[in-house]
Design a protein around this ligand. Structure first.
Ligand SMILES: [Fe+2]
Ligand SMILES: [Fe+2]
Length: 387
């Protein structure tokens, strides 16, 4: 293949017209031929989406020319650097909003969740209201009863109706079960020798339980379920990435496993959408409270200055998620695809005012809660096929 043929093949790859064999040949040339190296990159599915969503490229001219890896890098870094990370990053926000729009099969949260949340927030909410609200969603009701009867909750008697569940467990526990069951059963499954969504959700439930436990120990977060929800959804952007480019993102997960490099760092290095930002955009799309999506956005940003000016409760929620994530990974409770180090960042411990003894107490109480939650996920439905 000469240089001209190589250029035209690059174009056909960009336009998704090349065969697998041609793409492999292209990759080989990129790795072996000097003239191929500096100029061309064969774009992953997500790279194409990312480039396609950059506002100033909406004219599409970039799709008509081969794009160098350097140019792509500059482009994305340029957009990222336009605003501080946690400020109002319009350009970046637009990219992620557009990416979320491109996720085919992104489930909508059942309307019943919103209605139940509102009903449960009313002081005079009564069991009949909730029973009536959920009566339209039989499978959700069945799941909630199955979870309520699981060993995790250790109820003194078996419950057969939501009324019974609410009167024995209370509104808050039932709300937590409804949310967990709805989110998990909304997504399909992806299964691979080194990664499964089942294990991913185990990680997410673990982080949800740990985040709310840490909040309780530190007197942060109050009585509501916000910290639990932050923990449950903190890595939802990874599911978004899997839906956008299953093969590419699984390769990234595998790379994290092989190298021990954090997945969030690899996303930046390999120009993948960052799961924290994508997660924020998904939660915004679901119209969850802004406290939740803003905390999710910064859960991997440990530098307070780079987070930008944010209310204290959001910084604290993000720090609780971070700590919970490290504890859960330390305990190997599920697996979210991140094989990076679990060493705790001193900046976070300092911000939360945690000394060694208190940290150990919290670690132990989280481990106890995780042990209790062991069989929780097994009672939730599992479905097949990610896309
Ligand atoms: Fe994460
Ligand atoms: Fe995580």
């Amino acid at each position: 293949m000469n240089r001209e043929e190589f250029q035209s093949l690059s174009m056909r790859i960009l336009n998704s017209e090349a065969s697998d064999a041609e793409t492999q040949r292209h990759e080989l040339l990129c790795n072996t031929e000097d003239w191929a190296k500096p100029e061309f990159i064969h774009l992953k599915e997500t790279h194409k989406l990312l480039v396609g969503t950059l506002p100033h490229l909406s004219g599409g001219s970039i799709h008509q020319d081969p794009i160098s890896s350097e140019a792509l890098d500059k482009l994305v870094t340029g957009v990222r650097n336009q605003q501080p990370l946690a400020g109002t990053t319009r350009a970046e926000g637009e990219i992620y909003e557009n990416l979320v729009r491109k996720i085919k099969n992104l489930p909508t949260l059942p309307i019943v969740i919103d209605v139940i949340n509102k009903a449960l927030q009313k002081e005079d909410a009564n069991t009949l209201d909730v029973e009536e609200l959920m009566s339209g969603d039989k499978s959700l009701t069945t799941t909630v009863l199955r979870v309520a009867n699981s060993a995790h909750f250790g109820l003194p008697q078996r419950v057969f109706s939501l009324n019974q569940a609410i009167s024995i467990m209370g509104f808050n526990d039932v709300q937590q079960i409804v949310l967990t069951a709805s989110v998990i059963s909304s997504f399909g499954n992806v299964s691979n020798s080194f990664f499964t969504l089942h294990n991913f959700w185990r990680h997410s439930i673990g982080v949800a339980i740990a985040t709310s436990q840490i909040g309780k120990e530190l007197g942060i977060g109050g009585e509501d379920r916000t910290l639990y929800t932050c923990g449950l959804l903190h890595d939802i952007g990874k599911v978004g990435n899997l839906l956008l480019d299953t093969k590419g993102y699984l390769q990234l997960i595998q790379k994290s496993m092989k190298t021990g490099i954090c997945l969030d760092q690899l996303e930046k290095e390999e120009v993948f959408p960052e799961h924290s930002m994508l997660g924020e955009a998904i939660c915004e799309r679901w119209q969850l409270p802004s406290k939740i999506h803003r905390a999710i956005r910064i859960h991997h940003e440990l530098d307070a200055e780079r987070r930008g000016p944010l209310p204290e409760e959001i910084n604290q929620a993000a720090d609780c998620i971070y700590l919970a994530d490290q504890f859960v990974r330390e305990n190997k409770f599920g697996y979210s695809g991140n094989a990076g180090s679990t060493t705790l960042a001193t900046a976070v411990l300092k911000r939360l005012g945690l000394h060694a003894i208190q940290l150990e107490q919290i670690r132990r109480s989280v481990e106890d809660k995780l042990a209790e939650a062991h069989g929780l996920l097994d009672v939730l439905p599992r479905e097949a096929g990610v896309a």
